[in-house]
Design a protein around this ligand. Sequence first.
Ligand code: ADP
Ligand code: MG
Ligand code: ZN
Length: 609
Amino acid sequence: MKKLIQNFLVFFVIFLLIAAVFSALTDSGKKSQIVGIEELISHINNDQVSEIVIDGNKLNISLRDSSQIIVLKESGESLSDLIRNYQVDTEKVLAVKTIVKQESSWAYFLVNVAPFLFPFLIIGFFIFFMMRGVQGANNRAISFGQSSAKDFKADANNRTTFKDVAGAKEAKEELQEIVEFLKFPKKFHELGAKIPRGVLLLGAPGTGKTLLARSVAGEAKVPFLHMSGSEFVEMFVGVGASRVRSLFEKAKKVAPCIIFIDEIDAVGRRRGAGLGGSHDEREQTLNQILVEMDGFEPTQNIIVIAATNRPDVLDPALLRPGRFDRRVMIDLPDLKDREDILSVHARKKPLAKNVDLKKIAARTAGFSGADLANILNEAAILAARENKKEIVNEHLFEAIEKVMIGPERKSRVINDKEKKITAYHEAGHALVSHFLPDADPVHKVSIISRGSAGGYTLKAPSEDKHMHSRSEFISEIAVLLAGHLIEKKIFGEVTTGATSDLRRATALARSLVTDYGMSDNLGPRTYGEKEEMIFLGREIHEQRNYSERTAERIDEEISSFIKQGENKAVAIIEKHQAVLEKIVEALLAKETIEKDEFELIVGPKPIVA
Ligand code: ADP
Ligand code: MG
Ligand code: ZN
């Protein structure tokens, strides 16, 4: 579009120039007065005319008093015709010297040929410019294979550092290690330690993945080669792969450095999946990334950081050791983090004294960092529109609504009632998980909505476990059911918030029966052939290899396992009601409770007897 306007401007200037030349040539000669034909006749009759120069349609007349006049005539009408119409003395006309001026070839050309040529010229120019445009595209196609990675040179003043990233404490801690690797590689090489090659940042959109990656480069003061996964996928097959190659070439030249591949799920989807036309290209690109990552020496100090919000669709080969074996989760910010993020983005904005960012943070449960940055920006725009010098509370509140109702809102804000239900629900999961000796210790409880769940309870085994017993699975079912059971107990009815819990509990119970052979009644065998049928994404197709009658028994067994889990959960909930209330209280106040705080409330975890 810009190009088109530019071309038009060029044409316009050319047109003006031609017009100027044209008028200069035709309007040559001294400034003389233009008069009517009658005046010429009277001059002739009075013997005042010395010379008439016929110049096309113009009669340049020199008078005896050496002044000049001009008479215009119609083209095609000769001077003699003209004069004949008037009463003029023929003698006197003959006495006047008449010269027919040969038009200069240039003027002739301009007057007679140029008007015809001009449209052709314009068309010619158009074609020329268009050809140039196409050629440009061709040139681009040739340089296509070159990565167009943007290289943010370590600009001392403009560097993004961890200071620009509020919250995300754990993520920063993990990435600090990468910074150390890049800053002091020798320290690690001397001890024979291998520097990690790939780090995968996982997190919802807007949680600051790109920002964090950039800040790692800023902290380590190394170049940052930034490329988005979708940039690899172009219209020509093979371009993606060659871009990857050139990206890594470039990186090797500027190492130590960081290669950042944003939205890696665009290329890193499970291979062999889908019927889409572009998948060949994606596959080649992904293969090339894998080859390059395996190819560079550990001493080259290149660290590849990739970001995605869809870890579930990634090809397992990407996650293998030696590739993106480090994974850093970035959660949606909790209350405190939100306040910090707000203050980072408020740094350059004049806030009124009564603005309390804590309050804003409290109102924005479920917002991502990008949403919060957006709120401050919207508030600033609102303030500017009102010609205010500073941002007041009202601007911020209005901005929250604007961002919320706007089409971009994906995270949800929880009202007080939902918040309470969520608090009880999550407290239930946490309580049961804590008090069942063979369930995992709780690491974090939160009522910040995430995905489709209103809140979440993070638990992790205290040590790596590769085998699980039946009672562990039943405890797991108990923990999953706890949210639902508490909702029923406290509020008398259940919400849709427990749907995914129930689904998971049922799936787990089914696996106990059909995959793990843990049902005494059905015996040690598996039921059903699982077959990965991939069509437009990933889907598992199950083939039945058992009778209807067995199917019924499987269903009975599943219900029995669910019942066992339920009983386990109910027993705990009845026994520890007071503790439950305390957890809920803490959750409503803080939204997120970390492990330490949680254990202060509930006491130490009972140990397996
Ligand atoms: P993602 O890549 O995870 O989608 P970005 O890194 O692009 O998110 O974040 C978008 C914007 O949101 C950032 O430019 C920044 O202004 C803001 N932001 C997100 N998280 C934070 C944070 N933790 N601290 C400060 N600003 C943040
Ligand atoms: Mg991003
Ligand atoms: Zn739940």
